[in-house]
Design a binder for this molecule. Structure first.
Ligand code: AMP
Length: 490
């Protein structure tokens, strides 16, 4: 199928061409006609499948075409896109800007952690599309800077993550201000019972569209685990990065404190690294991300929430320094690599404590992740598993769906408990950062990465399963995606 076959308008086709897209992705092929037809859509799609264009293109077309556009008063928000994190909000904003550049549709983005004045000015000037994280949106609604009475289309992007982050009470307060008569699109990478309940209350006779089979691992990612002693992970990671001369490694830790500590360790061992998490100001996060994207940082150490929605072109390596408590987060994490047709590698460092988490993950992705041992970093076969502590709260690992997904020691409130406490909004990621400017970097910037020392004793991987073993590697090509190396629209 071609974009022209989707009956998109000439200004959109022009923008798609200048973004360098050649053919629509599967989720775009299936979702765009339904959204154009005004149907509610329940989309199962991870980031990296082209889902943003799947809703942005038809929304832009609906807003720029037809009688509603001409009739709309000058300052009426006509489409609201809600998403969980600032980074994702910014990316959606960038996408709308790219795709809508020849349409005349006005759009802006609002999220916390930054000065609200420019956002307020943009809103006063009038926007058709508003992209928002729930907390800042509610703040602006409270100040009567946002009126949602004219919203025709609501999009909830990464719905699963919004629920995981405890946004449901905030979301309900937003929904209460929306017209009942509207089109609603809900996108989620995973489909828990909570998401299904939300969909049942929000969507009317929805069409279900799916980019990937439920809870399977993203395409084109080579996955492996390296067994290692609990205390050896940092040294192993520094070794892997230097020995393989990796650049642009996204490393996941379980806690903010762990992210800071690891970035510092890497810095001291010759690897340029910074940590990003919810305690960092938005400016610090944006700067770290920009340095990482520019190739000035070898490693970005992140918690799940901070890394959510990052779109870094052809990120070659993702490392799970700690395995996530919730198996679906593994899918999200490795979705950072192998994006839009590129091939990526996801490596998990697994000690005795992580084994039950690995077993949970393998159940969810329905495959075994091959194990390796790196010579010189052999695991201690006598190491006993210890309960995994969660931040300062010291909680131990809990069963899968009850696990908190907030950063570090932040507690997740259950949906019901959270819904009862309507006065205090949860301390979520976008709220955690003080709106400070010029926050110092958490680690001194070490000198640029040196190439690996060839004299150094080599630690040859003693692979228990070959890396490209077809039986253990997911390598499904996404039809329609541009080949690696091609410039993408963000
Ligand atoms: P998303 O899943 O929306 O985050 O998109 C992931 C990446 O794929 C973004 O960098 C997009 O610019 C890119 N992309 C989206 N649609 C296409 C397409 N049809 N062809 C090539 N790249 C695309």
């Amino acid at each position: 199928m071609r974009f022209e076959d989707l009956r998109l308008s000439a200004p959109l086709l022009r923008a798609i061409r200048s973004a360098g897209y050649r053919t629509p992705t599967p989720i775009q092929c299936t979702a765009i006609p339904h959204v154009l037809a005004g149907r509610d859509v329940l989309g199962c799609a991870q980031t990296g499948t082209g889902k943003t264009a799947a809703f942005a293109l038809p929304i832009l077309q609906r807003l720029s075409n037809g009688p509603a556009h001409r009739a709309a008063p000058a300052s009426r928000i006509r489409a609201l896109i809600l998403c969980p994190t600032r980074e994702l909000a910014q990316q959606i904003h960038d996408s709308f800007r790219t795709y809508g550049q020849y349409t005349g549709v006005r759009q802006t983005v609002v999220y916390g952690g930054v000065n609200q004045n420019p956002q307020a000015r943009a809103l006063k000037a009038g926007v058709d599309v508003l992209i928002a994280t729930p907390g800042r949106l509610l703040d602006l609604m409270g100040q009567r800077l946002v009126n949602l009475a004219g919203v025709e289309i609501l999009v909830l992007d990464e719905g699963d993550r919004m629920l995981d982050m405890g946004f449901l009470p905030d979301m309900k307060r937003v929904f209460a201000q929306l017209p009942k008569q509207r089109q609603t699109l809900l996108f989620s990478a995973t489909f828990s019972d909570e998401i299904r309940t939300l969909a049942a209350t929000l969507l009317r006779n929805p069409i279900s569209v799916q980019a990937t089979p439920r809870n399977t691992t993203v395409e084109a990612v080579d996955q492996k685990c390296i067994s290692i002693e609990r205390t050896g992970k940092s040294a192993l990671l520094a070794h892997l990065i230097k020995d393989n001369q990796w650049f642009q490694v996204l490393v996941f830790t379980r806690t903010k404190h762990g992210a800071n500590r690891l970035a510092e360790y890497l810095g001291k061992h010759g690897v340029t690294a910074l940590a990003i998490h919810g305690n960092k100001s938005q400016n610090a996060r944006t700067r770290a991300l920009a340095d990482f994207k520019a190739g000035e940082l070898q490693a970005l150490v992140a918690t799940d929430i901070a890394a959510r929605g990052l779109d870094i072109e052809q990120l070659p390596h993702v490392v799970n320094f700690d395995l996530p408590h919730v198996p679906e987060d593994y899918v999200h994490r490795i979705g950072r690599t192998g994006r839009a047709g590129a091939t990526g590698e996801a490596i998990s460092l697994v000690c005795a404590d992580d084994k039950p988490l690995l077993a949970d993950i393998e159940k969810v992705i329905r495959r075994e992740v091959p194990r390796e041992i790196v010579a010189g970093f052999e695991p201690n076969p006598n190491e006993r598993a210890e309960p995994i502590q969660r931040g300062r709260g010291g909680q131990q690992r809990a069963p899968q769906r009850q696990a908190p997904k907030r950063e570090g020691n932040e507690q997740r409130r259950s949906g019901q408990a959270a819904a009862k406490k309507t006065s205090a909004r949860p301390p979520h990621a976008e709220r955690a950062a003080p709106p400070s400017r010029g926050e110092p970097r958490n680690t001194p910037r070490p000198a640029k990465a040196r190439p690996a020392d060839p004299q150094r004793a080599r630690a040859a991987p003693a692979s228990t399963a070959p890396r490209n073993d077809a039986s253990s590697t997911v390598r499904t090509n996404i039809p329609g995606l541009a080949p690696p190396g091609h410039r993408r629209g963000r």
